[in-house]
Design a protein around this ligand. Structure first.
Ligand SMILES: Nc1ncnc2c1ncn2[C@@H]1O[C@H](COP(=O)(O)OP(=O)(O)OP(=O)(O)O)[C@@H](O)[C@H]1O
Ligand SMILES: [Mg+2]
Length: 578
């Protein structure tokens, strides 16, 4: 229930329209009742009174009511859709906005598909329960109260009979309904996992083929389909029994009413028209009883969905501005890492006692074996995570004390995995600075050694790249990512294996250009290819989360430690290659 009240701020702006839709639909229900009553009178006029003039009038009135009902229904239908779609959009935007504020740690722990399903499916389940259900209930309420009132006035004994039979009918229908629903959910889940399988296989088709696993994937697909088939057939069986059963029960109930009412007509206690109206009333009363059962199930389903959605909304970003955070002043680039320790998972420390100081304008390289913690260190310098111990300061400001936006605006990261958005090459480079001029974009592209290959693409800077930029090579994508970072004109630039996919010559060109651009600013470079880091002012060698060596290329080579080992290993590889 608490969830429902939390949803109310989203309903509030649309309350007048919601009430309007409810009033319209209540009017529809009322006209429905009148139509049924009128049908009873008409029946008597035709069969008992034999009055042509009254009949014409009654039919005229009937048509008038039908037209009125149609117009009301049109208004209700559109208004309900208008309200519920607006609320759906507002709520989804709210959840999405919150989602984007959450820290990297949140996304690292969850699967994208799961988050997506909460944003899309769960939100729409909630929306329909919270908006459409109350409006529909207003209609059912009028039908129930009005219908029962008419019946009571007309013949209270028959009315009681109907009120006994109807819930029975609904109960049986509900039993089947529950079974059908749980089967349908299972079928949906099954379909979803089959879709995931197909997606995965298609995305990785090269791996599947080259590892000769097509038969295995086929078997997995077939087994999933078989499960789905079995469940679908089970549902078909339930449905096959369900419909005749309900029909039978309905006719039995109708027969009971007809038998009892018919006797009264024959005895002259009830007019034929009244009996006719009576049966029709009984028919429309199925609506409210059925919907009561449905609403109950819907509310339960919505509660599950709300729990999942509000879990996201209740998650606070771990990395967020403190209330007393200040704006980061223009960065000079003096970075100090002081006895930093960090762990993604408390059981497994990743960084330990890391300390160093970098002067403005220095170019610093991190090297070390894979898994040493280089990317993690950059994550802390960027404040994607906060250190568990120690502190990171820039120009004397602890990163935890400054506003995130003011920090992020002045630094740039080219991550290990390149991400391009769907759109043109130009859009992708301009991602961080929409207002950048064409010349600025070209300057950045030249620095990233990307300008020439961009011009060689079919539409130059207007060439569309796929959702992951699939039509570009790995090295081309990396160069776009560098151009994007350079265009941001950052005071601190971090390159995490940003040139790993380039050949040595292109890499050197990019490095030269970056040297010029970044002069006077601080640069952090991570690279496995040690030729890249030779030019760094200082090199930090990481191993198992600790800095084990520090110095220039020459001094580290003289030391004959880990750096020397990694470097000579690399050289030997190169020799062997050539
Ligand atoms: N999101 C995460 N959650 C839990 N553990 C993580 C996460 N990211 C990295 N790790 C772990 O932290 C350690 C350091 O990882 P990191 O990515 O910093 O290594 P790296 O030095 O950048 O390696 P590489 O050269 O392969 O990129 C690894 O043991 C890794 O398994
Ligand atoms: Mg890494």
């Amino acid at each position: 229930m608490a969830y429902y009240s939390r949803f109310s701020p989203f309903l509030k702006p649309y309350l007048p329209q919601m009430v309007g839709a409810a009033v319209l639909v209540m009017a529809v229900a009322l006209v429905n009742l009148l139509l049924v009553r009128l049908a009873g009178f008409l029946w008597d006029i035709i069969t008992v009174q034999h009055d042509l003039r009254s009949m014409t009038n009654a039919i005229g009135l009937f048509l008038g009511l039908v037209i009125a009902q149609g117009m009301l229904a049109m208004g209700h239908s559109y208004l309900t859709a208008w309200v519920s779609q607006h609320i759906l959009a507002d709520f989804r935007i709210h959840v999405f906005a919150h989602l984007q504020r959450l820290s990297l740690g949140f996304f690292a722990k969850r699967r994208t598909g799961e988050i997506l399903s909460r944003l899309m499916n769960d939100v729409s389940v909630i929306q329909s329960t919270v908006t459409e259900t109350p409006i529909d209930s207003a209609k059912q309420l009028v039908t129930l109260v009005g219908g029962v009132a008419f019946l009571l006035v007309m013949n209270w004994r028959l009315c009681l009979l109907i009120l006994m039979l109807l819930p029975l009918l609904v109960l049986v229908a509900r039993m089947f309904g529950q079974r059908l629903r749980s089967l349908s959910t299972a079928i949906q889940d099954q379909t979803a996992s089959t879709t995931t399988l197909v997606e995965e296989v298609l995305a990785g088709i090269r791996v599947v083929k080259s590892f000769v696993q097509t038969h295995r994937e086929e078997a997995r697909f077939a087994s999933q389909l078989r499960t789905a088939l079995e469940m679908t057939l089970r549902r078909a069986a339930v449905l096959a029994v369900f419909i005749p059963t309900i029909t039978l029960l309905t006719f039995a109930a109708a027969a009971a009413v007809l038998w009892y009412g018919g006797r009264q007509v024959i005895e002259g206690a009830v007019s034929p028209g009244d009996l006719f109206a009576f049966v029709l009333f009984a028919g429309i009363l199925i609506g409210p009883f059925g919907s009561a059962a449905r609403v109950f199930a819907q509310i339960k389903e919505a509660q599950g969905a709300m729990q999942r959605v509000f879990e996201i909304l209740d998650t606070q970003p771990e990395i967020r501005d403190r209330p007393d955070a200040i704006d980061m002043p223009p960065i000079r680039g003096h970075v100090r890492v002081d006895r930093v320790g960090f762990a993604y998972d408390p059981r497994q420390p990743v960084l330990c006692e890391v300390s160093f100081e970098v002067r403005p304008g220095e170019m610093v390289a991190f090297v070390g074996p894979t898994g040493a913690g280089k990317t993690t260190l950059v994550n802390l310098l960027h404040r994607f995570y906060d250190p568990t111990e120690g502190s990171v300061t820039i120009d004397g400001h602890d990163l935890r004390m400054v506003r995130l936006d003011s920090l992020y605006r002045q630094i740039a990261l080219v991550p290990q995995e390149t991400m391009l958005f769907g759109g043109t090459i130009l859009d992708n480079i301009r991602y961080g600075r929409q207002e950048a001029t064409e010349e600025e974009v070209i300057t950045a592209s030249r620095a990233a050694n990307a300008h020439d290959f961009i011009l060689a693409t079919p539409d130059g800077y207007r060439t569309l790249v796929g959702e992951k930029g699939v039509n570009l090579s790995g090295g081309q994508r990396q160069r776009l990512a560098i151009a994007r970072a350079v265009l941001k004109n950052p005071r601190i630039l971090m390159l995490d294996e940003a040139t790993s996919a380039l050949d040595s010559e292109s890499e050197m060109l990019v490095q030269d250009a970056l040297d010029r651009l970044m002069s006077g600013r601080t640069t952090f470079v991570i690279a496995h290819r040690l030729t890249t880091v030779q030019r760094a002012d200082r090199i930090f060698v990481l191993n198992k989360g600790r800095i084990v060596e520090e110095g220039t290329h020459t001094s580290l080579m003289e030391r004959k430690g880990l750096y020397h080992y990694l470097y000579t290993l690399r050289l030997e590889e190169l020799m062997a290659d050539s």
